[in-house]
Design a protein around this ligand. Structure first.
Ligand SMILES: [Zn+2]
Length: 213
């Protein structure tokens, strides 16, 4: 593993359950550059209750993708922040080939990190997720089997959210395969893609990614 040098403008792509979010956090610490998640940007707008947040919330509730123009604008504003001037890691963008083409003039990634996972493993990992019905506490089916279904933070009931039912997961995976997977091919043609096996453990995948940077 060599020390990071030069500017990194990384794009993380992978289906839900691939550990992409966690790798983003680890890489952010390792490279000392921010991980910018479009999902997080959207949630922040929703929490702030802005007009933009309300329109995003409607899209998300309807199971639709947030419009490209909205995502692009939020991301460009965020990338102009001081902490992103020496590099960044983007999680959740481009989500479509159209977004990737649009971003060609202003994003210029140095590498695209594609974390691959079969649908079967993705569904099995995600359907094991459990969450508190009252607060943001997140846990797993194994932990619930061991410690019971009362939230240790707020005493609320720990449940399996509808989003984490296998049918809902499969629906999101189908969308990922049809809409986002082609983004990997798009960047592969530009020789920017490094592929990783997301079924391996988080530390192992991280070491492999760090090795190619
Ligand atoms: Zn709770």
């Amino acid at each position: 593993m060599s020390l990071p040098e030069g500017q990194h403008r990384l794009i993380l792509i992978g289906p839900q359950g691939s550990g992409k979010g966690t790798q983003g956090e680890l890489l952010s610490v390792y490279l000392q550059i921010p991980t910018i998640s479009t999902g997080h940007l959207c949630r922040t707008e929703i929490e702030r209750g802005t007009a933009l947040g309300k329109s995003i919330e409607r899209e998300v509730r309807a199971g639709e993708l947030v419009p490209d123009s909205v995502i692009t604008e939020m991301l460009r504003v965020r990338l102009a922040d001081y902490d992103a001037k020496d590099g960044f890691i983007i999680d959740g963008f481009p989500r479509t080939v159209a977004q990737a083409r649009d971003a060609e003039s202003w994003l210029q990634p140095t590498k695209v990190i594609a974390i691959e996972l079969t649908d079967k493993i993705a569904v099995s990992r995600m359907s094991a997720r459990r969450a508190c019905s009252q607060c943001r506490y997140k846990t797993t089916a194994d932990a619930v089997a061991k410690h019971g279904s009362i939230c240790p933070r707020c005493n609320g009931a720990i449940i399996q959210r509808e989003d984490d039912f296998p049918e809902a997961i499969q629906k999101r995976l189908d969308m990922y395969r049809s809409v986002t997977q082609p983004v990997v091919d798009h960047y592969h043609e530009r020789d920017l893609v490094e592929r990783f096996n997301g079924s391996l453990s988080i530390p192992l995948v991280f070491m492999e990614i760090a090795h190619v940077l």
